[in-house]
Design a protein around this ligand. Structure first.
Ligand SMILES: Nc1ncnc2c1ncn2[C@@H]1O[C@H](COP(=O)(O)OP(=O)(O)OP(=O)(O)O)[C@@H](O)[C@H]1O
Ligand SMILES: O=C(O)c1ccc[n+]([C@@H]2O[C@H](COP(=O)([O-])O)[C@@H](O)[C@H]2O)c1
Length: 207
């Protein structure tokens, strides 16, 4: 079976240089939207990132794959959405053969010495983070930045992850230093919010 050329171009892990600060932004991007672009922009600025990897997952392990557009389509649309040259759209998890973040982070860490990584996710994912495979391990691998999202603003108070790692939360005014903290360390970033979601776009027939 031949591999789609768009998919093929995105299978390698992006290149890094020693000392870089890199944000890892995983998602289904089914389809990508301006809410994702806003998260990327906020993360680049507030976390003082050199790069942001826009990691298009083969499939979120907690979501049904019915209605999931082909990886090549989600990659092509992500490239259109991610205009900043510091953003690297990638599907290296496909090559790695996993959708589990714990495994991905172990792989990234083992292959990028002297590079500083921060895991980035929207506040809705903070709410169900304790259902992710080896979530304690994820939180102990890289610092985590949670970006506010309508409907999930108070998750930093109520979620199991927030309560478990309360001792490791830093104030968002220090978000620019998150990358140099030893995990577990995390912050919740407030700022401009977007009400957009892929679900709403699919339901409106825009996907
Ligand atoms: N509007 C938004 N504001 C903040 N974070 C967001 C927003 N939309 C998506 N995210 C975050 O971006 C990442 C990728 O999200 P995803 O691709 O699942 O989009 P989604 O809109 O949440 O999709 P769906 O509606 O299909 O669940 C996740 O960490 C999610 O929390
Ligand atoms: O590792 C897990 O158990 C796990 C469970 C749910 C989601 N994730 C990852 O979290 C990222 C966000 O997923 P999504 O679908 O909310 O965009 C994406 O990279 C998923 O692979 C990972």
């Amino acid at each position: 079976m031949s591999i789609d050329p768009i998919e093929f171009r995105h299978l390698a892990m992006p290149h890094t240089e020693r000392g870089m600060v890199v944000g890892l932004f995983g998602g289904s991007f089914n389809p990508p939207h301006h809410g994702h672009a806003l998260v990327a922009e906020i993360a680049l600025r507030r976390l003082k990132l050199d790069q942001l990897w826009w990691m298009v997952t083969p499939g979120n392990p907690l979501k049904s794959t019915s209605g999931l557009a082909p990886l090549s389509k989600r990659l092509a649309l992500s490239e259109e959405m991610a205009a900043d040259p510091r953003i690297k759209v990638t599907a290296f998890e496909k090559q790695l053969g996993t959708s589990y973040t714990a495994k991905t982070l172990d792989y990234v860490k083992a292959r990028n010495h002297d590079v500083h990584f921060v895991w980035i996710m929207g506040a809705d994912n903070l709410k169900n983070f304790h259902h992710w495979q080896r979530w304690h391990h994820i939180a102990s691998t890289f610092p985590i930045a949670v970006i506010d999202r309508p409907g999930a603003t108070l998750s930093y108070l109520s979620s199991k992850m927030a309560r478990t790692f309360d001792y490791a939360r830093i104030d968002e005014s220090d978000a620019g230093t998150l990358w140099k903290r030893k995990a577990p360390a995390w912050t919740f970033i407030h700022g401009p919010r977007s009400p957009l979601s892929s679900t709403a776009l699919r339901e409106a027939g825009n996907a």
